[in-house]
Design a protein around this ligand. Structure first.
Ligand code: SF4
Length: 378
C-alpha cells in the first residue's frame, strides 16, 4: 500500500506557533492549484502500488470549494489505483464547517475529517491567532459527529504559557464529552521564525517549565487510557478502528507521494521535497524548471528514520528493520534505557514505556547509528 499527501498551501491567517508552509494571500491560488494538478499527472508513474490513503492537509484544505477538493480526488482515482475502501482525510478548521460543506465532502468521498480545534477557550484561541472562536470549535464538533463520516479527529494543544493542570483537564473533559473517536494532542513547541519565537525572544510570552508540560502529558495519557483510547503514537489516541491509516503508514515507512508546495515524498529509499514557495512552485510548471530537491537516504539514515518514527509508536521500532548488528553496537544505550524503565524489548521490537514516551526523540537520537556502526552491512 502507498499513500498520497496533497498540501493545500493557503490559510486565512497565520497562527502564532505555526511553521508549516502556507500563504495568507490567495493571489495566484488558481495557478498553484493548476500546477498541483499538473504535478499529479506528471508523477503518476511513480507509484504502482494500490493507494490506501489520500490525505488533504496544509495549510487549510477546508478553504477550498468542494468542487476543488473533488477535482483532486477524481484526479487521484484517474491516475492511481486507489483502493475502494481507501481512507480519505480532509483537514478542516472550525470556521469552515457548515452542514452543507460536510454533506458535500462526504458525497465526494471524504471518509475522515481532521478538525483543527486546538482549544475550547476564547483567550487561548485569540493568543494562538486562530481564525475561529470557542463557540465555533464546539459547534463544528457537534456537526461533524452527526455527519456520518467513517471517522474523525480533533487537534488540541497543551503546554501553553501559564496553562495549569486544571485547565488542561477541563479541555480534555470537554473533548471527551463531545465523543470524538480520535484525538491528536500536541505539546506547544517554539519553532524558529514563528511569531511565537519572536514573542518568547522579546519576553512577551513565557513558555512553561518542562515539568509542567510533562505533568500535562501524563494527565493526557491517563485520561485517554481511562476513556478507552489506544495511545498508538506519542501525540495520537484513537478508539479501536479509528487509528489514522495514513499517519500509521507514514510511521511504518510506507512510500507516499507528496503533491504541492513544500510537500515531501518518500519511495522507500529516496526522500524528495518540493519548493516551499507558492509562486516559485507554480512558475516552475510554466518554465519546466525543477521545483524539488531530493536525497537518497544512506542505510544508516534509513535505520535512524525508522528508529525516530517507530519509537514514537506503541508498536515500537522493528529491530530487524533497524539492522540488528548496528543496534548491537549501541547495546549499552538499549541496556541503559531498559534498566531505567524507559524502554522494553518486546517481540523483536524496541518499545517505549509510558515513562519513556516523555523522551522519545532523545532516546532515538542516542540510539542513532552511523555508517561505521553498520560495518560490512553498509
Ligand atoms: S491554520 Fe493550520 S496551517 Fe494554517 S497557520 Fe494555522 S496552524 Fe498553520
Amino acid at each position: 500500500m502507498s499513500g498520497i499527501y496533497i498540501h493545500i498551501p493557503f490559510c486565512k491567517q497565520a497562527c502564532t506557533y505555526c511553521d508549516f508552509h502556507f500563504s495568507t494571500s490567495l493571489k495566484g491560488r488558481e495557478a498553484v492549484l493548476n500546477a498541483m494538478h499538473r504535478e499529479v499527472e506528471t508523477r503518476s508513474g511513480e507509484i504502482s502500488n494500490p493507494i490506501g490513503t489520500i490525505y488533504l492537509g496544509g495549510g487549510t484544505p477546508s478553504l477550498l470549494q468542494p468542487e476543488e477538493v473533488a477535482a483532486f480526488i477524481v484526479q487521484a482515482k484517474q491516475h492511481f489505483s486507489v483502493e475502494p475502501n481507501a481512507e480519505v482525510t480532509l483537514e478542516a478548521n472550525p470556521d469552515d464547517i457548515t452542514p452543507d460543506r460536510l454533506a458535500a465532502w462526504k458525497e465526494l468521498g471524504i471518509t475522515r475529517i481532521s478538525l483543527g480545534t486546538q482549544s475550547f477557550r476564547e483567550d487561548r484561541l485569540k493568543w494562538m491567532g486562530r481564525a475561529h472562536d470557542a463557540g465555533q470549535a464546539l459547534h463544528s464538533i457537534d456537526l461533524i459527529a452527526k455527519a456520518g463520516f467513517a471517522s474523525w479527529t480533533i487537534d488540541l494543544i497543551y503546554g501553553l504559557p501559564q496553562m495549569t493542570l486544571a485547565e488542561w483537564d477541563e479541555q480534555l473533559t470537554i473533548a471527551l464529552d463531545h465523543g470524538m473517536p480520535h484525538l491528536s494532542a500536541y505539546c506547544l513547541t517554539v519553532e524558529p521564525r514563528t511569531a511565537l519565537a519572536h514573542q518568547v525572544a522579546k519576553g512577551i510570552s513565557t513558555m512553561p517549565a518542562d515539568d509542567d508540560q510533562s505533568a500535562q502529558f501524563d494527565r493526557l495519557m491517563e485520561r485517554m487510557e481511562t476513556a478507552g483510547f489506544d495511545h498508538y503514537e506519542i501525540s495520537n489516541f484513537g478508539r479501536p478502528g479509528h487509528h489514522s491509516r495514513h499517519n500509521s503508514a507514514y510511521w511504518e515507512g510506507v512510500p507516499y507521494l507528496g503533491i504541492g508546495p513544500s510537500a515531501h515524498s518518500f519511495d522507500g529509499r529516496r526522500r524528495r521535497w518540493n519548493v516551499a514557495n507558492n509562486a516559485r512552485y507554480a512558475a516552475a510548471f510554466a518554465t519546466a524548471e525543477r521545483y524539488w530537491e531530493e536525497e537518497v537516504l544512506t542505510p544508516a539514515q534509513r535505520t535512524n528514520e525508522a528508529l525516530l518514527t517507530g519509537l514514537r509508536t506503541s508498536a515500537g521500532a522493528v529491530i530487524v528493520r533497524l539492522e540488528i548488528d548496528a543496534l548491537a553496537r549501541n547495546s549499552s544505550v538499549v541496556d541503559k534505557y531498559v534498566s531505567s524503565g524507559h524502554l522494553l524489548l518486546r517481540d523483536g521490537r524496541l518499545v517505549l514505556t509510558k515513562a519513556g514516551r516523555h523522551f522519545a526523540d532523545r532516546i532515538a537520537a542516542e540510539l542513532f547509528v552511523t555508517e561505521d556502526d553498520r560495518g560490512d552491512h553498509a
